[in-house]
Design a protein around this ligand. Structure first.
Ligand SMILES: Cc1ncc(C[n+]2csc(CCOP(=O)(O)OP(=O)(O)O)c2C)c(N)n1
Length: 554
């Protein structure tokens, strides 16, 4: 066994992180893991200090999401951990590799409900792929390297490691940590033969992409495949960046408020190929798109974890492979396009183009349609868009034409407050790229404190804050179910321009559509983290229907 000599538990944690290639962690400090904080001092690992653990965990999620390597977050016990659970849940539902380290009470105080004590193996099992507690500092390299392997293998997800305070100050000799070994999973030859056969015999095939374990090369290679065979491709909810929307094969977003023409085509397909997607509640329009458990279409399901294959939908062909490994095998496929596919695919792309053309009008003085047109014309195609949850997000999802891999960070769990910490994390990773956070007035205030983190680290993100004075999504459902009875959905807001300035950022107010472009240019030129507050009439609740129309069912 090679050891580095006597080390504290805190030092061993940091050495194991370095051995696994970590260069950055997010955290909110706590007295429960001072020994790790001390080991981070002069370690060369950048420590991003956040203002609330939910935001810190969401930043780690974004790093995991945009790199494929686990994002690392450190928080204190009890209240720190429960705050961080918001980000843990996002990573779980989105299959994102992430490791959350939580300080824990000292070993001899456990199970007494000591100060801020939680037994995380009981509390977080449903939130994480694995929850481990490191009892013996000698086993730190084993636990940490395993955490990397678990977080990234099969269906990726978050891992929680808890660190008893007294274990972290113990001085021990432990094995030198080594980097984890990534686990690939490729489709078999027979499976690819069957796949070829099913595709060759399909008259109305449809590909739906989703999930994680994609790469820039895999996305490019899949685009070549789809365009050369002229098959239609949709992207699952909040996974639009997996396929170039300007490609002649792009059929649209399989998400909330799906284009009815696309939904019809999916239902009438004779072959569905899900690549990395789970086709869960949102993309399946509330589990109505494919029959459960036996879809009427022939189903090929490609997913990196065996347990998911056949869990909801019985596939005719189950391929246990990561999307990038499956796409690698597709590149070897020798087959010709069926001429019947081309016409349908091009009609589907035409329908998508029409569906994704923003409306020019709407209630109030500000029109989101022309604002989206401005963004499309003026924002580079590698710009990264982030958002949380709210009706405002529809404008991005439906009208922004995603072109490239890694230009989107958005939670399929519909977690409000995700967009701002995600933008901070994305800008950290890609300082040269424009990062635009879309938020509602409700969504922004859930993690609005992380605006100071953007300012502190000199990260000039641009937040487009769509302020309609209401928790709009819920108001919309409320008007539909309980017309005219507005309960708990209206909001009183701060002056967001003053908020931006008070935090040391740049603020702009948009009260007329034509103010948006110049405001965006000034925000860009400021070189600071910026908030552009758009005052949107609450009536403009969806691109197609007003609140009044929803209330009156007209
Ligand atoms: C953390 C969290 N809390 C509550 C909800 C329920 N929820 C979904 S959308 C929404 C309102 C969002 O309001 P806002 O950000 O102002 O956007 P708008 O819908 O008005 O455009 C709420 C409360 C949620 N998805 N996530």
């Amino acid at each position: 066994m090679t050891t580095l000599g006597k080390r504290t538990g805190g030092q061993l944690i940091v050495e194991a992180l370095k051995a696994n290639g970590v260069s950055r962690v997010s955290c909110v400090p706590g007295e429960s893991y001072l020994a790790v904080l001390d080991a981070l001092y002069e370690s060369g690992i950048e420590t991003v200090v956040c203002r609330q653990e939910g935001g810190a965990a969401m930043m780690a999620d974004t790093w995991g999401r945009l790199t494929g390597e686990p994002g690392i977050c450190m928080v204190t016990r009890g209240p720190g951990a429960t705050n961080a659970s918001a980000g843990l849940h996002v990573a779980r539902q989105d299959s994102i590799p992430m490791i959350l380290f939580i300080g824990q009470v000292q070993r001899d105080a456990r199970e007494r409900e000591a100060f801020q004590e939680v037994e995380y193996r009981r509390a977080f099992t449903e939130f994480a792929k694995w929850v481990g507690e490191i009892d013996d500092a000698r086993r730190i390299p084993e636990f940490v390297t395993r955490a990397f392997a678990v977080a990234t293998s099969g269906r990726p997800g978050p891992v929680v490691l808890t660190l008893p305070e007294d274990m972290l100050v113990e001085e021990v000799e432990a094995p030198e940590a080594k980097a984890y070994t990534p686990v690939e999973n490729h489709p078999g030859r027979k499976q690819m033969e069957k796949f070829t056969d099913l595709l060759a015999n399909a008259k109305r095939p449809m590909f739906i992409l989703g999930g994680t374990r994609w790469s820039e090369a895999a996305v490019a290679s899949f685009k070549n495949f789809a365009e050369s065979l002229k098959v239609p491709v949709g992207c699952s909810f909040r996974r639009q960046m997996l396929f170039d929307h300007t490609s002649s094969s792009y059929a649209g977003d399989v998400g909330i408020g799906i284009n009815p023409a696309l939904s019809k085509e999916i239902k009438e397909s004779d072959l569905i190929v899900l690549v990395g997607a789970r086709m869960s509640e949102m993309p399946s329009s509330g589990y109505t798109m494919l029959d459960i458990p036996y879809p009427s279409q022939t189903l090929v399901h490609v997913f990196p974890e065996a347990e998911e294959l056949g869990r909801i939908y019985r596939p005719d062909l189950a391929i246990c492979a990561a999307p990038e490994d499956f796409v690698g095998a597709l590149a070897e496929l020798k087959m010709d396009a069926n001429p019947a596919w081309a016409e349908r695919t091009s009609a589907m792309h035409e329908a998508y183009l029409k569906w994704s053309t923003p409306p020019k009008t709407g209630p109030g003085n500000v029109q989101m349609g022309p604002i989206m047109d401005w963004i499309e014309a003026n924002v580079p195609e590698d710009a990264i868009f982030t958002n949380g949850a709210g009706n405002y997000a529809t404008w991005v999802h439906r009208f922004h034409r995603f072109r490239r891999f890694n230009t989107q960070a958005a939670p399929t769990s519909g977690s409000m407050g995700y967009g701002l910490p995600a933008a901070v994390a994305a800008k950290h990773l890609f300082p040269a790229r424009e990062v635009i956070c879309f938020a509602g007035d409700g969504c922004f205030m859930m993690h609005g404190q992380e605006f100071i983190t953007a300012v502190r680290y000199g990260l000039p993100i641009i937040t487009v804050l769509v302020n309609n004075g209401t928790y709009g999504t819920i108001r919309m459902h409320q008007e539909r179910e309980y017309p005219g009875r507005v309960s708990a959905t209206d909001l009183v807001n701060p002056d967001f321009v003053a908020y931006a300035k008070a935090f040391g950022g740049h603020g702009e107010l948009v009260e007329k559509t034509e103010d948006f472009g110049p405001a965006f240019e000034r925000a860009r030129a400021s070189g600071k983290a910026a908030i552009i507050e758009i005052k949107l009439d609450a009536e403009a609740i969806t691109p197609a229907r007003t609140l009044t129309q929803i209330r009156n069912k007209s």
